[in-house]
Design a protein around this ligand. Structure first.
Ligand SMILES: *Cc1c(COP(=O)(O)O)cnc(C)c1O
Length: 355
């Protein structure tokens, strides 16, 4: 068995993959493939409805919010957010915590004036800045809850009068959140919710309609709300697999139970990194991510041999991102604790051989 620590697209529960494969051949015994039925058929409408209600149930989404399944990845949200929310003559605040936050800032410049309230760029984003002021005239405050590349995570969300917009691509459904504290949440599915091809958006309805500009239909949240995420043909397969993954989360006991398991998995791995004399963590301890565990070796010349050693023992996908280096073990919801133990065993075996 391979232990897949890849950062994204990430692993999915085996039973979800199996059911998805079955639905491609024959959806619920109707004699037709999921991929060849109308998206407006009752069969697919019930898939989409179930996906939306599972999101609402699992995250306790309050009234006044809409749940959308869109396309274009989290990256299109970098533009859709300011297109829909940021008037040309207004500012929005951004917390710069890495490459993804950076890309969001770049897009916002096309629509208004983003203000970077804090950054840890000089330190290659090893910490989450905590001391900053959000300008009182900002129309929203954009944060990235989990920085997939650097392995940092916001553990305490800022209390903000200004609507919080959050990119949760790599930690959505990994921990309990209070949706009411956010104006808009978005997440590309392929890290922790499903396959690539759909993007979850949860938006507070009363933020919309204030940009003062005409918005192309496919980029307009309100139009997607009015059309129930079906202004055009939705990504049926990605939504179906996401729905199955949400069912799996529910069967596991919901987000709170998943959160507990995630904390345990992360604790075991960080403990080994801190204990093993060959390895060391990269991020400041209080900002460490429970999803992407980044580490380096005390002796950089051992990194290549360790990577090979690990791959020979079926540990896959732990090479760090090109802009961070070292190693990154992504331990998303679907990662079983047995895979964490397998990685820890390999680290210990390697340390034993390299004393
Ligand atoms: C992967 C990732 C993205 C980019 O997602 P796409 O769906 O590929 O556009 C954006 N933000 C974060 C935090 C990510 O981890």
């Amino acid at each position: 068995m391979k232990h897949n620590f890849g950062a994204g697209p990430g692993i999915l529960p085996h039973e979800v993959l199996k059911q998805s494969a079955e639905a491609v051949l024959d959806l619920n015994g109707i004699g037709l493939s999921l991929l060849e039925i109308s998206h407006r058929s009752p069969e697919f409408e019930s898939v989409l409805n179930e996906a939306v209600s599972l999101v609402k149930e699992l995250l306790h989404v309050p009234a006044g919010y809409s749940v959308l399944f869109l396309q274009g990845g989290a990256s299109l949200q970098f533009s859709m957010v300011p297109y829909n929310l940021l008037p040309q003559d207004k500012t929005a605040a951004y917390l710069e915590t890495g490459v993804w936050a950076n890309k969001a800032i770049k897009e916002a410049k096309l629509f208004g004036t983003p203000v970077v309230v804090a950054t840890d760029k000089e330190n290659n984003f090893r910490t989450i800045p905590k001391k900053y002021e959000v300008p009182s005239d900002a129309v929203y405050f954009h944060i990235t809850s989990n920085n997939t590349i650097y392995g940092t995570q916001i553990h305490e969300f800022p209390k903000s009068e200004i609507p919080l917009v959050c990119d949760m691509s790599s930690d959505i459904f990994s921990r309990d959140i209070s949706v009411a504290d956010f104006g808009l949440i978005y997440a590309g599915a392929q890290k922790n919710m499903g396959p690539a091809g759909t993007t979850l958006v949860i938006v507070k309805d009363d933020l919309l309609g204030k940009s003062g500009r005409a918005i192309p239909s496919m980029l307009n949240y309100q139009l997607e709300i009015d059309n129930g995420s079906m202004y055009n043909t939705p990504p049926v397969f990605a939504i179906y697999v996401s729905m199955l993954t949400l069912r799996w989360i529910k069967a596991k006991g919901g987000v709170a139970a998943i959160e507990k398991a995630n904390e345990e998995k992360a604790r075991i791995l960080y403990e080994e990194i801190d204990r093993n004399p060959l390895f060391k963590g990269v991020c400041s301890a209080e900002d460490r991510s429970t999803m992407n565990v980044c580490f380096i070796m005390e002796k950089p010349e051992l990194e290549k041999p360790f990577l090979k050693f690990a791959e020979e023992r079926d540990i896959i996908g732990i090479k760090g991102h090109r802009s961070a280096g070292g190693f990154r073990a992504s331990i998303y919801n679907a990662m079983p604790i047995t895979s964490i133990h397998a990685l820890v065993d390999v680290m210990q075996e390697f340390a034993e051989k390299n004393k």
